[in-house]
Design a protein. Structure first.
Length: 255
């Protein structure tokens, strides 16, 4: 079985961490994580999902209280605003349009979420993007209404062959497909120690891990029975192999 490696170097400032990924950033309409500027700098394309543009406009200057707000807004200009356009404020849309941001109105499509629309666009149409090792970071994906969170998690499954990482101020989540054995390299300065492995949609008949305080050995997990929550990372590398897709989640430190 092939090995898929994972590392949260995108949470670290600078670009000298040896990552081979091409990052894209999607900003949703929830409070911006405090580390959004770091994600922004790692990304080669930045997409706001509808009202996510309001968040960048309103909240990015708050992360730079010593800088002029207008300068911050010009510096952090999204490349694309995409969605059904029912949340973005007119003055925000006009501001970014005048700076050259591309706007893609998909109000005709009410069958998919704004995150789904943005991921599909990045995967299929975003120009000048190396998709051979693409990783999509999603800021503001957790918190707020639970149905929105569930919809965002569903996107992980609908695009299971694309690396997508859901982020909030407190934690991150991504999918571990059952087609691979997984090696998760822990960035202990910014993440952990709390973590979890969660089966959604189907039971895991057998899951085996190393590197956790409470490792699993060919363990069955399902809702209504055992689910590995509130576990702890013990070292710098976690391994996971499972008979079903699992969600991996780990806490993000307040540093």
């Amino acid at each position: 079985m092939d090995v898929m490696t994972h590392s949260s170097t995108f949470l670290l400032p600078g670009n000298d961490h040896g990552s081979s990924f091409t990052y894209a950033l999607v900003v949703l309409n929830q409070r911006l994580p405090r580390f959004t500027p770091i994600l922004w700098d790692h990304a080669q394309v930045r997409v706001c999902a509808d009202g996510g543009a309001n968040r960048v406009f309103d909240e990015m200057p708050l992360l730079f209280p010593r800088d002029d707000a207008l300068d911050v807004r010009r510096r952090y200009k999204p490349d694309i605003i995409k969605g059904d356009m029912d949340s973005i404020r007119t003055e925000v849309l006009d501001f970014y349009t005048n700076l050259g941001t591309k706007v893609v109105d998909e109000s005709h499509d009410q069958d998919t979420t704004d995150l789904h629309k943005c991921v599909a666009y990045i995967r299929d149409f975003a120009p000048n993007l190396d998709r051979s090792n693409l990783c999509i970071l999603v800021a503001g994906a957790l918190g707020g209404r639970f149905d929105h969170e569930a919809g965002n998690i569903n996107v992980l499954y609908r695009f299971s062959t694309t690396r997508i990482i859901l982020l909030s101020d407190d934690c991150l989540i991504y999918l571990l497909p059952r087609t691979h054995r997984h090696e998760i390299h822990i960035q202990s300065s910014v993440e952990g120690p709390h973590c979890g492995l969660i089966p959604i949609g189907m039971a895991s008949v057998g899951t085996t891990t190393t590197g956790l305080q409470w490792d699993l050995t060919n363990m069955e997990m399902r809702f209504g029975d055992l689910v590995s929550t509130s576990n702890l990372v013990q070292g710098e590398k976690i391994t996971v192999q499972s008979s079903s897709d699992l969600l991996w989640t780990i806490s993000i430190k307040k540093v």
